[in-house]
Design a protein around this ligand. Structure first.
Ligand code: PMP
Length: 359
């Protein structure tokens, strides 16, 4: 069986060179005589894999020295809870409501303190990112939370608020490493690995050191940033294999010229797809142009039966996981870093044929 073009929103496509290297090293890593899956996380050989993974991410994102990188479990969803548990000292936080995951983050935060929703795009089914009015900020907020890229609705923020002394906390699950970000502007960045970094199982947290001091000593140890930072993410057994795969993905990115290089490719890919959707008489994208995601591209025909037909025929032709999220319906092409330009060109070719055949 040939490999397909996989447009899954996550877990998603991984770069071929990464899969091939992992395959080569699967049974016997280097001269270890065993698989990475079989190693003690405290062994010299694994600690080297772990340290290299962190060093590569630091290089890729230009992470300043006063930030810790944590490799945790529980997905980005666990961060929805860990963030308020650790950072809510005054029991107040500002949040943006820009979609399903932002909403879930708000729901968890409300269990630990009061949430001020600074802006929301719920009125138009999250098809845009709302204007952020600084007058609505709570000066005493413990942090300001937002989602950089909304995976389900296909929107992304192009501007970030100036929050002064209030740390900016960002869920970058679906667009970390897709474009250049200045880490020093953020207090905490988190992302599940299963879109742009690795297979599922590890969640990356990049946290400014002063924020780590906020963790209360009475927190469950597994849920404390302080404990995880002190123990270098190895208070318990970390998700060893996912971290190893992340290390390979980071190496692949560095070899191609890092984040600026992949950003160019991503811009090219998104342009090819959006340009076609915009000129098409059949397909359309519901998102306000300036807020369009470079990673998740929802589109519809306007006819649910035709959408279903498209998804079925696409799958037969080797373009899989194009079904939109159940909340929005229609289609969605997730075009993360590992999706090659050829995949987008082939998809657009298929869409053009479908349009001709379904006039
Ligand atoms: N935030 C965003 C933006 C996401 O896209 C997702 C998953 N699709 C999550 C959070 C939840 O991530 P996880 O499944 O790793 O908990």
């Amino acid at each position: 069986m040939e490999r397909v073009y996989n447009f899954s929103a996550g877990p998603s496509v991984l770069p071929m060179p990464v899969l091939e290297k992992a395959q080569k090293e699967l049974v016997n890593y280097g001269s270890a005589g065993m698989s990475v899956m079989e190693m003690s996380h405290r062994s010299k050989v694994y600690v080297e894999i772990f340290d290299n993974t962190e060093a590569r991410l630091r290089k890729l994102m230009n992470i300043p020295d006063n930030y810790k990188v944590l490799f945790l479990q529980g997905g980005a969803s666990m961060q929805f809870a860990m963030i308020p548990m650790n950072l809510m000292v005054n029991k107040k936080a500002d949040y943006l409501n820009t979609g399903e995951f932002a909403g879930k983050a708000i729901g968890e935060a409300k269990k630990y303190g009061s949430v001020n929703v600074v802006a929301s795009s719920e009125d138009k089914k999250y098809t845009y990112t709302p204007e952020i009015d600084p007058a609505k900020f709570d000066k005493n907020a413990d942090y300001f939370h937002m989602t950089s890229n909304n995976t389900i609705f296909g929107t992304k923020h192009t501007e970030y608020p100036t929050t002064g002394a209030v740390p900016l906390v960002v869920d970058m699950s679906s667009n970390i490493l897709s474009e250049v970000y200045d880490v020093s502007k953020f207090g905490l960045i988190y992302a599940g690995a299963q879109k742009n970094m690795a297979c599922a199982g590890v969640t990356v947290v990049i946290i400014r050191e002063d924020l780590i001091e906020r963790s209360d000593d009475n927190l469950a140890l597994m849920l404390s940033y302080k404990v995880m930072a002190e123990q270098k993410s190895m208070y318990n057994t970390p998700p060893c294999y996912s971290i190893y795969i992340a290390g390979l993905v980071f190496e692949w990115l560095l070899n191609m010229g890092g984040v600026p290089a992949i950003q160019k490719v991503n811009e090219e890919k998104a342009k090819i797809l959006y340009d076609y959707i915009d000129e098409s008489k059949l397909f359309s994208n519901p998102v306000v142009k300036k807020d369009r995601s470079m990673m998740n591209v929802p589109f519809v025909t306007g006819n649910t039966e035709l959408d279903d037909k498209f998804i079925k025929e696409a799958e037969k032709a080797g373009f899989v996981n194009l079904k939109g999220h159940r909340i929005v319906g229609g289609m969605r092409a997730s075009i993360y870093n590992a999706m090659p330009v050829e995949g987008i060109k082939a998809l657009v070719g298929f869409m053009k044929d479908f349009e001709v055949n379904n006039k």
